[in-house]
Design a binder for this molecule. Structure first.
Ligand SMILES: C[S@@+](CC[C@H](N)C(=O)[O-])C[C@H]1O[C@@H](n2cnc3c(N)ncnc32)[C@H](O)[C@@H]1O
Length: 234
């Protein structure tokens, strides 16, 4: 699905990490950088999202599934919908697909694509969701336009998303990396509205001070990260 012409500078996972031993080591390493307050905030955030997932139906696309933190919650849900895992990197998607198939019997689809070019027809999806996927993709406007195009009328975007404060060091760094519009609440609201969405809502569930973490570019240590759920309707 991925065209090198369109997506040649996109994120690539290091292929060598796709073994149980290396992945576990990586997870442990990552966990050590996450402070207690962030861990607790993330738990509250995911629990809040479960209430939204209970209402999901039809085709539900998870943008930037990665290692499947949110996708696993989708598969565990009792709600009646068809989940679609996606990522720009086919290798992480193959890994996650295999792990999820080993654990869950629920049927799902996995499709590799760049979220700036969705390989779906207009007006076909019931829900689009993500856990921090949008936070990891610059050129947010294009991604939101594509999500809008592929959702049915009345279809909804409901995603877990992080914000930082406008005058923070994180905002400065986000700007340097081309992520400014997606990490700052008022710009994201603006871009969602510009893409055509109605009933745009951002609900800040909780927040936590971010600890030094060389494994993530953003946020900057000591800045507050706001854990939100964004909602918008076509
Ligand atoms: C931090 S992970 C997201 C976490 C994940 N949603 C979860 O629930 O665990 C970020 C993912 O975004 C993917 N990504 C980066 N750029 C992308 C793009 N342009 N289109 C689709 N996925 C992209 C990366 O490959 C990576 O797997």
């Amino acid at each position: 699905m991925i065209s090198d012409k369109l997506s040649h500078k996109e994120w690539r996972w290091d292929k060598s990490i796709f073994s149980d031993m290396k992945m576990e080591k990586l997870r442990q390493q990552y966990r050590r950088y996450i402070n207690k307050e962030t861990r607790e905030a993330q738990k509250i955030w995911l629990n809040e999202m479960k209430d939204y997932i209970d209402d999901f139906q039809g085709f539900v696309v998870d943008i930037a599934t990665g290692l499947g933190g949110l996708f696993e919650t989708l598969l565990k849900s009792k709600a009646n919908f068809y989940p679609i895992a996606t990522d720009v990197d086919p290798n992480v998607l193959i890994w996650t697909k295999r792990k999820m198939e080993e654990k869950y019997s629920r049927e799902f689809l996995a499709v590799a694509f760049d979220a700036k070019h969705l390989p779906f027809k207009d007006d076909v999806l019931n829900y689009a969701t993500s856990l921090a996927g949008f936070n990891n993709i610059p050129v947010t406007g294009l991604v939101l336009e594509e999500v809008y195009r592929t959702l049915k009328h009345g279809g909804r975007l409901v995603a877990m998303h992080s914000f930082v404060e406008e005058n923070s060091n994180s905002a400065k760094l986000a700007k340097q990396h081309g992520f400014e519009r997606v990490w700052i609440e008022k710009y994201l609201i603006n871009d969602l509205t510009k893409a055509g969405f109605r009933k745009v809502k951002t609900h800040i569930v909780t927040s936590a001070i971010w600890a030094e973490n060389p494994m993530d570019v953003l946020p900057v240590a000591e800045d507050t990260q706001y854990f939100a759920i964004i909602e918008a309707e076509k």
